[in-house]
Design a protein around this ligand. Structure first.
Ligand code: ADP
Ligand code: MG
Length: 635
């Protein structure tokens, strides 16, 4: 008895069907998902001409019985689902039984497969949907599918394919992401003679990240230890666990788009607005609004908690417990960010990129231009211009560097640096001066202020090196946290204005004002409607000078307008606090005496999160002893 059956019309009609074969990468995606569903531990992908001429995927999974090998090419034939009920809890990547027939109808396809239970394998040959030949073959357990001449019989679709580099980038990005989701499996990707990815099974996701991106990236990432939270469905039913693990970047890693954010829900790579929002909420006030982190997040839950049957290419999901999932992800990421509190160092500057980071930065640059959304959703016409340069840069490396740290370009010296070894005749530095690893900002209180640079930056000496602290940003962070604490304790210091300040509001400001008047009051702004679209402000938080008050109010109303769409009171509170802090903080170009500098550093060290201002700019940079010694050629 075979494993595959044809779904009844009733089930088939409930499936979010759509054209699954849009480009070579979509073929690779479907075949890769099948191999993973088949329990393969080794998946080899071979393409030629970026998949136009050939795509071959070989796996060592469970294989197919002879009868199944034929049935698999019927529409809605699948071994993964049988009735409508199953649609509510899909644990496999595939479930529609559509991919193989769709691919076979637009290419010349050969399937070679053998299941454990059978002595001989089966070879099925199909072209343009017509079965040409079926025969017995010798074959080891597993499945190999070869797809040649994609779209040979649909010239219109072939025309829509982008340049070879773009198509190749999509395939490479896809295989890379699946390899990240399955560190325990071996993946191989080659285009012609060129090896693009080759990773052996590893025990830990960290090792896979290293295999794929090289060592440079690990310094920039924070590991999210597996965290779990239970959702209480109702008191009589068992609670539903949600688990999250992965990596997120330190806040100083700032990307200008979302393309370095990868979410996997139960092992499926998806694009999801809810999760994206949860992630940006986690970085809220740690990173400027228009910047995005790198994230590799795996959310696992009961298949019943998430509907994957909402989008033809299965790249979107719908959570049944939306706000629970949102808050869980936001809080879990935020907690880890808070815990690590690392100091940004000069390494963050774009001038001095250590060589080890090269593979990752090139990789991510290339990836940045290939939105995952474009791979999986957008019609080919929307895809961006080709930017993924697969040609090796001038130099000896004969293959792609992006994936292989050891193949990185020769160590890069900042231009103009002379490599002279100066004999060390001046004794050595105390042990500890060269301590490795990112310094923590927790030691800020022990720094000795040396003076100001341009009356804007505090220079300070510490055990681990020389620090530069942006005085405005530092004060902003201090005030921000104080305002938040005072707000939640209901102890805001308020000053009465001698004359009420009258402000004119636009219609939309008027609406926002009505919505947040209570929150304004709780933050120390005593306001009152004053005629048509006018308000009177009678008192304000003590920290804000009268000259700044008008700006603060308008700024808060503007933020409220944006926040209204996000409905989070918590985010609104933080935004208000950020606005107050920014207006009240000491400005740059302001002289500070020794005691003021000491005060700032001390208060900063007490902050929960001293590394960035509420808008995400860095507070302090460290020029480590090691870097100083290196620069002076002492090590
Ligand atoms: P779906 O994955 O939605 O079930 P497909 O058309 O992708 O539909 O595949 C049809 C069926 O063929 C699968 O349900 C599975 O039983 C079988 N199959 C496809 N690829 C493989 C493979 N690599 N190894 C074993 N079985 C496979
Ligand atoms: Mg499938």
């Amino acid at each position: 008895m075979g494993r595959i059956r044809v779904l009844s019309d009733n089930v088939a009609n409930k499936i979010a069907a759509g054209e699954v074969v849009e480009r070579p990468a979509s073929v690779v995606k479907e075949l890769l998902e099948n191999s993973i569903d088949a329990g393969a531990t080794e998946i080899r992908v071979e393409i030629e001409n970026a998949g136009r001429r050939l795509i071959r995927i070989a796996d060592n999974g469970c294989g197919m019985l002879r009868d199944d090998a034929l049935l698999a090419f019927e529409r809605h034939a699948t071994s993964k689902l049988s009735d409508v009920k199953d649609l509510l809890s899909i644990a496999t990547l595939g479930f529609r039984g559509e991919a193989l027939p769709s691919i076979a109808s637009v290419s010349r396809l050969v399937l070679e497969t053998r299941a454990e239970e059978e002595q001989t394998g089966t070879r099925v040959e199909i072209a343009g949907g017509k079965m040409l030949n079926v025969e017995e073959i010798g074959q080891s357990r597993g499945t190999t599918i070869t797809v040649r001449d994609l779209f040979f019989n649909v010239p219109a679709r072939k025309k829509f394919l982008r340049s070879e580099q773009t198509e190749l980038a999509h395939v490479a990005s896809l295989v890379t992401h699946y390899s990240l989701a399955h560190p325990d499996k071996a993946f191989d990707l080659r285009d012609g003679a060129r090896e693009l990815l080759s990773v052996e099974p590893v025990a830990d996701l960290r090792d896979r990240v290293f295999q794929v991106f090289g060592s440079g990236i690990l310094e920039d990432l924070i590991r999210l230890e597996p965290t779990q939270r239970l959702f209480e469905v109702d008191p009589d039913e068992p609670a539903m666990p949600f688990a999250l693990h992965g990596f997120v970047s330190r806040p100083q890693v700032q990307k200008n788009n979302r393309n370095s954010i990868y979410f996997f829900v139960n092992g499926r790579l998806i694009r999801d607005k809810l999760l994206l929002h949860a992630l940006s909420a986690a970085y809220y006030n740690l990173m400027p609004g228009q910047s995005f982190p790198f994230a590799l997040l795996f959310l696992d839950c009961d298949p019943q908690a998430v509907d994957v049957n909402v989008h033809p290419s299965k790249t979107e999901v719908r959570f049944r417990q939306q706000s629970f999932v949102h808050d869980f992800v936001r809080d879990a990421v935020r907690e880890q960010l808070m815990e690590s509190r690392p100091a940004p160092s000069f390494r963050a500057s774009p001038v001095a990129q250590p060589a080890a980071q090269l593979p990752y930065s090139e990789f991510s640059q290339a990836m940045e231009n290939v939105p995952v959304s474009a791979i999986e959703q957008a019609p080919p016409t929307i895809a961006r211009a080709p930017v993924f340069t697969l040609q090796p840069q001038p130099g000896p490396a004969p293959h792609l560097d992006f994936y292989d740290a050891s193949a990185a370009a020769p160590a890069q010296e900042p231009t103009g640096t002379l490599r002279l070894r100066v004999p060390d005749t001046h004794g050595s530095f105390p042990a500890g001066a060269l301590s490795e690893g990112p310094s923590s900002l927790a030691g800020l209180g022990d720094l000795r202020p040396l003076g100001q640079l341009h009356e804007s930056f505090i220079l300070a000496a510490g055990r681990s090196g020389l620090w530069i602290i942006d005085q405005h940003v530092a004060h902003e962070r201090i005030l921000f946290e104080k305002v938040l604490v005072a707000r939640s304790a209901g102890r805001v210091e308020v000053q009465q204005l001698l004359m009420p300040l009258i402000l004119q509001l636009s219609p939309s400001q008027q609406i926002e004002y009505a919505r947040i008047a209570d929150e304004l009051a709780a933050n120390g702004f005593e306001t009152e409607p004053f005629g048509n679209r006018t308000i009177a402000i009678k008192a304000a938080p003590a920290a804000i000078g009268p000259a700044e008050l008008e700006r603060v109010i308008y700024e808060i109303l503007e933020i409220a307008e944006v926040e209204a769409r996000r409905v989070s009171l918590d985010d609104l509170r933080r935004a208000i606090a950020a606005s107050i802090a920014c207006r009240a903080a000491i400005k740059i170009n302001t002289h500070l005496d020794q005691s003021k500098m000491e005060y700032l550093l001390r208060e900063l060290s007490k902050c929960e999160f001293p590394m960035a201002c509420p808008h995400g700019r860095p507070v302090a940079l460290e020029y480590s002893m090691k870097e100083i010694l290196k620069a002076f050629h002492r090590i």
